[in-house]
Design a protein around this ligand. Structure first.
Ligand code: PGA
Length: 255
């Protein structure tokens, strides 16, 4: 089976609403052309106010829109939060959860992230579950145990409803905290170890899920080609570099 390689653009809170619309207006046709590149799947994750306009603009294309987060609740008195079902209603088909910036700045725990996963499964949105160790955990040789802990509660939920979830797509984004926005890339050896482990672990936990393992953290046109060679890796979650269309295009096209 020839699976598509994912290019997921995480625009974080870098671009204002106006800048996001400008970026899409200026590069609309080029984005469409890029989405036709062989074996390529593009998912754009703008800030929340731009979900609806972008989903509308790319409705007839293979480009999909992802949310950067969702509430861990279904509905109710949760001021400022956005439910998974509303994200779906405005056209998002993917959603990032567990990003290290949310773990760090919003105090999200593995339990909260698992609740968000439940909401996404109920809303029929493809989850992108982010995991990654800190620099200290890495230095202490605790990478795999950290990843296992971060995944445990999500995996318990997946295991519990595995029959219902048969053939469901779930993405796991390995993003070492020390590589995000730092310009530092893990060695190929480190990535091979992590992705081999992730591949085995995910299949052992739930063999009937369609797992996609991706990497994020300082991906640029300069290192994309090298990282693409890692076994079991089927995509990138790209922050800073994805805001420049020309750079994003080079990341997609390099082989
Ligand atoms: P970066 O961000 O590519 O800017 O390092 C990646 C991410 O946080 O998803």
């Amino acid at each position: 089976m020839n699976r598509k390689f994912f290019y997921i653009a995480n625009w974080k809170m870098y671009a204002t609403f106006t800048q996001t619309i400008d970026l899409i207006t200026k590069n609309h046709d080029d984005f469409l052309k890029l989405s036709q590149h062989p074996n390529t799947k593009i998912v754009l994750c703008p800030s929340a106010l731009a979900y609806y306009p972008l989903a509308t603009v790319f409705k007839e294309s293979t480009i999909e829109i992802g949310a950067q987060d969702c509430s861990d609740h279904h509905q109710g008195a949760f001021t400022g939060q956005i439910s998974a079902s509303d994200i779906k209603a405005v056209g998002c088909t993917y959603c990032i959860i567990g990003h290290s910036e949310r773990r760090r700045f919003n105090g999200e725990t593995n339990a909260t992230i698992a609740q968000k996963l439940t909401q996404l499964i109920d809303a029929n949105i493809t989850p992108i579950i982010c995991i990654g160790e800190t620099e200290e955990q890495n230095k202490q040789g605790k990478t795999l145990t950290t990843l296992e802990q971060q995944l445990a509660e999500c995996f318990a939920i997946i295991k519990k409803s595995e029959t219902k979830l048969e053939n469901t797509s779930i993405l796991i984004a390995y993003e070492p905290v020390w590589a995000i926005g730092s310009g530092i890339i893990p060695s190929n050896e480190h990535l091979e170890t992590v992705f081999a482990w992730l591949s085995q672990h995910t299949l052992k936990v739930a063999p009937s899920i369609v797992w996609t393992l991706i990497y994020g953290g300082s991906v640029t046109e300069l290192n994309a080609q090298q990282i693409k060679k890692i076994n079991h890796l089927e995509g990138f979650l790209i922050g800073g570099a994805s805001l420049d269309f020309q750079e994003f295009e080079k990341i997609v096209k390099c082989n």
